[in-house]
Design a protein around this ligand. Structure first.
Ligand code: B12
Length: 527
């Protein structure tokens, strides 16, 4: 069949992410004998024309659209990506009536809601390599795909989904650069992305990785297969760097160590980045191995540095592990982006102080080249299927009818919102290492890195330069000016509506309140 796969993620700033998931699906469909094309809408202007060109020129028999994010998971500055995805789908629908299949992590988080909202025909829950190819075969044979694992669809007017089967890592190389032009991504600081495993055996109460996205059964790729994929891309496309996008990079640690050792054994030298690095097992020996393999930065998500909160989030490590990891990291010069959540179940002013004290003690550097950034998100996004969802239901924070397409938040009732926001801003005004969610508004400015890079190539990852920008703001004593007035009142109002079960729709056709903005897509006059 002729299959057109479309990436609807338009995030083209320093967080731009090549659509590796869509490429995995494209490669699997091609290997299965289908004629496949990929249209990557990120960085494109005139989306309507791009869609027309791709659809009319190719006459696809099936169109797949990936939805990576529902929203930006940032309570202080929320942005929904659903309106832009809907605009894209509406343009497609106006051009052709072929079956439309939705997929991606965003689609998997609330299959029924997304299928209904985006008016798709089918939706693939979780990984797409096998389910999508089986769906194509069923459509080709004129059979119903309803019993295929991972397929969601309408049956007699009702949503029907067969649970996905996540038993092994689907073999195959996503061949990222075969399907998408990596140049604009690299310009914005992104890397050639690689996955070494699927599945996450952590049990964090708020997280979706061990649930519908990847399941909690680990499916490891052999280290030589992973490094062969990197080697092939290294010689064929010579990307500036590679980034591992596993849920948890260094779990299981032995598998990760074998990959690092395999990289070291190869004759070439590449630069690497990793996100999802766990503080568990992160000692100086391991970091040394990462350094020898060519690592240039890492992201780590402890979420809290309070023993109470680590236990409440069920992070699977304690404060001792975290302190040891921070001490080890500080012996190296990697730029490190730390992620913290403020406001989960049981958070109090005291537990928040414990996290801030950890940041002050381990991440704020008074002398030498600073290299840590602490990104603190206020509020925890509540996703269906997680323990937090059930806890929030029990506590009356959300309701059976709460719509997960509309960002829902958990904020500990033991925190005073005004004081907490004041405290976070005070900390950010003092320590430039602290980044708050309000920086989302300034992300478009990060495109400057792409523009200036020919004349002045800033070292990657670009996020490390936020530190210098913050240092300037803090020195000039203007950081506090970024504090949006009325935020606590707005959040309080929203949380009350969420509790009462009367949140206004924040989707097209509904009330586009400030609480949830959405970036435009087609531009004025184009839609
Ligand atoms: C790595 C990662 C990042 C990295 C990306 C690095 C990079 N250069 O790629 C960084 C840290 C930069 C990042 C940033 C953000 N992220 Co992030 N990220 C992830 C993570 C851990 C893995 C994504 C990934 O690459 N997976 C590997 C690929 C192979 O899997 P996949 O994309 O799911 O694809 C499979 C299926 O979904 C399906 N599929 C995919 N597309 C399609 C299409 C069709 C047609 C079909 C049929 C199937 C299909 O098949 C694929 C292969 O099996 C996920 C969580 C997770 N475990 O999935 C969060 C996740 C995607 N991120 C999330 C968020 C919120 C963000 C940010 C908005 C955060 C922020 N506030 O800034 C930004 C957005 C960035 C962007 N450009 O969109 C959320 C999205 C949920 C939501 N609320 O909408 C997730 C799910 C985490 C979560 N909270 O649960 N992220």
């Amino acid at each position: 069949m002729r299959v057109l796969l479309i990436n609807s993620n338009l995030k083209d700033d320093i967080l731009a992410a090549p659509p590796i998931g869509l490429c995995y699906v494209a490669s699997a469909a091609e290997v299965a004998g289908h004629e496949v094309r990929v249209l990557d809408l990120c960085f494109k202007r005139g989306l309507r024309q791009e869609l027309e060109k791709a659809i009319i020129g190719f006459s696809p028999q099936v169109i797949g659209v990936s939805l990576r994010n529902l929203d930006n998971a940032n309570m202080l500055c929320p942005v929904s990506y659903l309106p832009s995805a809907l605009e894209i789908v509406q343009v497609i629908r106006a051009i052709t009536a072929v079956p439309l299949v939705l997929g991606g992590s965003g689609a998997s988080l609330d299959p029924q809601g997304v299928l209904e909202f985006l008016q798709g025909d089918y939706l693939i829950v979780s990984e797409g390599e096998k389910s999508f190819v089986d769906l194509l075969d069923a459509l080709n044979r004129g059979e119903s795909p309803a019993e295929i694992p991972g397929v969601g669809m309408w049956r007699q007017g009702k949503f029907h989904v067969t649970p996905p089967q996540l038993t092994s890592f689907p073999s195959g190389n996503p061949r990222l650069a075969r399907w998408v032009d990596l140049a604009p991504y690299e310009k914005m600081g992104a890397s050639y992305t690689v996955q070494t495993k699927r599945g996450c055996r952590m049990r964090c109460i708020y997280c979706t990785y061990n649930q519908v996205l990847e399941g909690n059964h680990l499916r490891l790729r052999s280290p030589s297969e992973v490094v062969d994929e990197i080697e092939e891309a290294f010689y064929q496309f010579n990307p500036e760097s590679f980034e591992f996008v596993d849920s948890v990079f260094n779990d299981p640690v032995d598998h990760c160590r074998e990959i690092l050792e395999e990289i070291i054994r190869r004759p070439w030298k590449a630069r690497f980045h990793a996100m999802g690095v766990s503080p568990k097992n992160l000692d100086s020996q391991f970091l040394q191995l990462m350094q020898r393999a060519g690592f240039a930065s890492l992201m780590i998500s402890p979420e809290s540095a309070s023993e109470t909160m680590l236990a409440n989030y069920q992070k699977g490590f304690g404060l001792g592990d975290l302190r040891r990891a921070a001490e080890a990291i500080n012996q190296f010069s990697f730029p490190v982006l730390w992620y913290f959540l403020a406001g989960g179940p049981g958070e109090t002013a005291r537990t928040l102080e414990e996290t801030l004290e950890f940041i002050r003690r381990y991440l704020v550097r008074s002398k030498g080249a600073p290299h840590n950034l602490a990104n603190i998100f206020l509020g925890v996004r509540i996703y269906p299927g997680t323990k937090l969802w059930h806890q929030a239901l029990e506590e009356g924070v959300i309701h059976d009818q709460s719509n997960p397409l509309r960002p829902l938040w958990y904020l500990s009732s033991q925190l005073d919102l005004d004081r907490t926001i004041r405290r976070l801003y005070r900390a950010a005004c003092r320590w430039p290492e602290i980044v708050l969610g309000d920086m989302e508004k300034f992300l478009p400015l990060s495109k400057i890195f792409g523009v200036t890079r020919k004349v002045f190539p800033f070292p990657k990852p670009y996020w490390q330069h936020l530190l210098l920008a913050h240092q300037i703001l803090v020195k000039l004593r203007v950081r506090s000016l970024f504090q949006a007035g009325g935020v606590p009142a707005r959040l309080r109002e929203f949380l009350k509506l969420q509790r009462d079960g009367s949140i206004p729709a924040c989707l097209p056709g509904g009330d586009q309140s400030q609480l949830c903005q959405s970036p435009g897509t087609l531009g004025a006059g184009e839609a």
